[in-house]
Design a protein around this ligand. Structure first.
Ligand SMILES: [Zn+2]
Length: 250
């Protein structure tokens, strides 16, 4: 690490849980952020500011006026621009030492599997069940940690699926196909900082995963209630009927 990096990251290197070794792990790390909207904005901002060395952003949407209320990495100038490209520019302005790749189309199952294989952690900031299920499957099969978040109205959800360890619950153990919630922000609304709370927490958990700091949120579903200002935690257990988990049982 050069002197600039030592100074830039000094406030987190001071933390014994991070130290030089942790910062070097962050700089060497590769992460995949899927969706650069309300959740992906703070994830991309904090992970790039913290010095994650290689970030791949995936989003096929363009920035619209109704996004700016909560998708804080984008600006009025980026309206009409693809979100992955807009965020790539913002990250470059924030931390030019980070290598940022922007993917502006949806990944099919094969492309997703390839993309997941080459990273150390995946942060799911997508907004629909089909994408979440596909990401879960790709991470499960590749043994790559998945930090999953969701937010709607005043409510948020967060979980870490550390597929480096076997035998835990996966996203599909909790959410079956028939539970496909058609909830989205366009129909149900979301309060601006609620996505910030969840996205910032996803970035925190990603850094812990990359530095080897134990997480309270593995095998746990964190539920944020923005009206009450509280979190509660549910323990997750693998579903013996989960088709994905069962596919690996020998
Ligand atoms: Zn499962």
């Amino acid at each position: 690490m050069n002197d600039d990096a030592l100074l830039r990251y000094s406030r987190q290197i001071f933390l014994p849980q991070v130290d030089i070794a942790g910062q070097e792990a962050l700089i060497a790390a590769r992460v995949l952020i899927i969706g650069v909207g309300g959740l992906g904005s703070p994830v991309a901002q904090y992970l790039s500011a913290a010095g994650i060395g290689h970030i791949t952003l995936v989003d096929d949407d363009a920035v619209e006026l109704s996004n700016l209320q909560r998708q804080v990495i984008h600006t009025e100038q980026s309206m009409g621009v693809n979100k992955a490209l807009s965020a790539q520019q913002a990250i470059h302005a924030l931390n030019s030492t980070v290598i940022v790749e922007a993917i502006t189309h949806r990944l099919d199952a094969n492309q997703l599997a390839q993309a997941v294989k080459s990273v150390d952690a995946v942060i799911d900031c997508s907004d629909n069940f089909a994408t979440r299920s596909g990401i879960n499957k790709a991470c499960f099969n590749a043994g790559v940690p998945l930090i999953s978040g969701a937010a709607i109205r005043f409510e948020g959800q967060l979980s870490v699926f550390d597929f480096r360890q076997q035998g835990g619950a996966c996203y599909a153990c909790i959410y079956q196909v028939e539970h496909d919630n058609a909830l989205n922000c366009a129909q149900n609304g979301v309060l601006s900082p609620v996505v910030g709370v969840v996205g910032t927490h996803q970035a925190l958990e990603a850094i812990k995963v990359l530095c080897g700091i134990p997480s309270r949120l593995t095998q746990t579903l964190g539920l944020f209630d923005g009206l009450a200002g509280t979190w509660r935690y549910l323990n997750l257990k693998p579903d013996p009927n989960c088709a994905l988990c069962q596919s690996k049982v020998v």
